[in-house]
Write a protein that binds this ligand. Structure first.
Ligand SMILES: Cc1ncc(COP(=O)(O)O)c(C=O)c1O
Length: 444
């Protein structure tokens, strides 16, 4: 089957100094960019719809109030039915930012995991896979997301979790043990994760089954899909192999492969509808980053649609050089896998970087919590009804608050709430001293 390739008319230029795409690149890009995107998005998805809620957070000054906490000088309030589209800035009084509530997508699947698995799982299903093997830390949101999402589709999941079994399972670990088949792996063995995943997948496949890598599935589906049907769907493969044995797919830790970008593109496409954020206004999107895949997905999606959006990614787990390298790797992988479908010249603009990688307001070793951060999460929860966690989403909230209060020129700020709610349970167990003093005990 010959793949349809659109003419390469437009090349977007790289982001300018302030991080927004340069204006002259945008008008040209729209028609064919949208066409490319709609082809790419015309496929089966895990999420029934890309919809997500957008709330508006007003930030008010409380100067002079006592206390030296993270947000002691401000208070927050949440409008969960803000005016959007053309009316977005009509009655804006005071300082505010928008928040995309991907934390509400699923009770157990993290917002950004739901997006990353959105394009992948239907491809796995279409390939006739029966079992999925993946790995992560003991409290891995990714492992839990794979376990829940597989169970919802009748697939078996096998989760290799690093370290020892905790005495009391909680948070994502608890969900993983309920929805999936968990094996705890000593750290020394986990250090060689490729070999570990392969060995375990071979064991699940047994002598009669087979093992495939996700990237092979994507390549196979690209080679065999049909555009005449205008659906990016591989012809149904029977589940399992011919002799009814297991067909095992290996999903890399964190699902940080190029296929994960598709779900983020779908989100960008959804948000850029005229009645939501639209295609013309400049927004500064802020997102907390682990592997950086979510940020790169937002950036590439915005670039393809010619949106004047800047993506600000908060580096939580690595150095700026590593994040830039990861950005280049993802784009190269995406080019390799999807360039037949897309105008790969448009990606040339991405070579200079599409994401602004910034430090966390208070940098630290990844996973650590600083004094006052649990109080800050408590303040935000009580004032807005929104739960943040100190490892990931508090970092983004702090940054959007800082940008909003500083009246920065690009202050149409949107935070992507990536979820992580269940992470709080594991953290409360690990950092007892930070969580221990929350109650006002009534003394008799
Ligand atoms: C709540 C939350 N936010 C952000 C991230 C990081 O996402 P990415 O790896 O796509 O940068 C994670 C990853 O585990 C997460 O759980």
């Amino acid at each position: 089957m010959k793949l349809h390739c659109f003419p390469a008319k437009t090349a977007l230029t790289a982001i300018s100094k302030n991080g927004f795409p340069s204006a002259q690149a945008l008008p040209n890009a729209k028609p064919s960019g949208e066409e490319f995107m709609s082809k790419l998005l015309d496929r089966r998805w895990t999420l029934l719809s890309p919809d997500t809620k957008i709330h508006q957070i007003t930030v008010s000054s409380t100067q002079g109030r006592k206390g030296g906490g993270l947000f002691s000088n401000v208070s927050f309030s949440n409008n969960n039915q803000p005016r959007l589209g053309n009316k977005m800035f009509e009655d804006n009084q005071g300082l505010s930012f928008y928040i995309v509530r991907d934390d509400l997508l699923h009770p157990f699947v993290n917002g950004n995991k739901a997006r990353k698995l959105d394009g992948l799982l239907p491809l796995i299903e279409d390939h006739g896979v029966t079992d999925v093997v993946t790995c992560g830390g003991c409290q891995s949101a990714h492992a839990a997301a794979v376990a829940v999402s597989c169970a919802e589709r009748g697939l078996k999941s096998h989760l290799l979790l690093r370290g020892e079994q905790p005495q009391i399972p909680t948070g994502y670990n608890l969900i993983s043990t309920i929805y999936g088949n968990v094996t705890y792996v000593p750290r020394s063995f986990y250090a060689h994760r490729e070999e570990m995943l392969r060995t375990h997948a071979n064991m699940v496949a047994d002598n009669t089954g087979s093992v495939v890598y996700c990237n092979d599935i994507i390549d196979a589906s690209l080679a065999s899909h049909t555009y005449d049907s205008s659906k990016f769907v591989q012809m149904d493969a029977p589940r399992g192999t011919e002799n009814n044995s297991n067909k095992v797919a290996i999903v890399n830790e964190g699902a940080g492969d190029a296929v994960a970008l598709l779900g983020l593109f779908r989100l960008v496409d959804y948000l850029s509808q005229d009645h939501l954020l639209g295609k013309k206004k400049a927004f500064n999107f802020v997102v907390d980053s682990g592997t950086g895949t979510t940020a790169v997905g937002l950036g590439l999606g915005a670039m393809y649609l010619g949106l004047p959006w800047k993506i600000t990614a908060i580096m939580l787990a690595d150095t700026v050089d590593s994040y830039r390298q990861q950005e280049r790797r993802l784009i190269a992988e995406f080019k390799r896998q999807f360039c037949l479908l897309l105008d790969s010249e448009k990606l040339n603009g991405a070579n200079d970087g599409i994401v602004n990688w910034v430090d966390r307001c208070h940098p630290r070793k990844f996973g650590n919590i600083l004094e006052g951060e649990v109080d800050a999460c408590q303040q935000v929860a009580q004032q807005t009804g929104i739960l943040l966690d100190p490892v990931y989403t508090l970092a983004a909230w702090e940054t959007v608050t800082r940008i909003t209060c500083a009246h920065e020129a690009d202050a149409n700020v949107v935070m992507l709430h990536t979820g992580g709610t269940l992470g709080m349970f594991g953290l409360a167990q690990r950092y007892k001293s930070h969580f221990g003093k929350r109650n006002n005990a009534i003394k008799s």
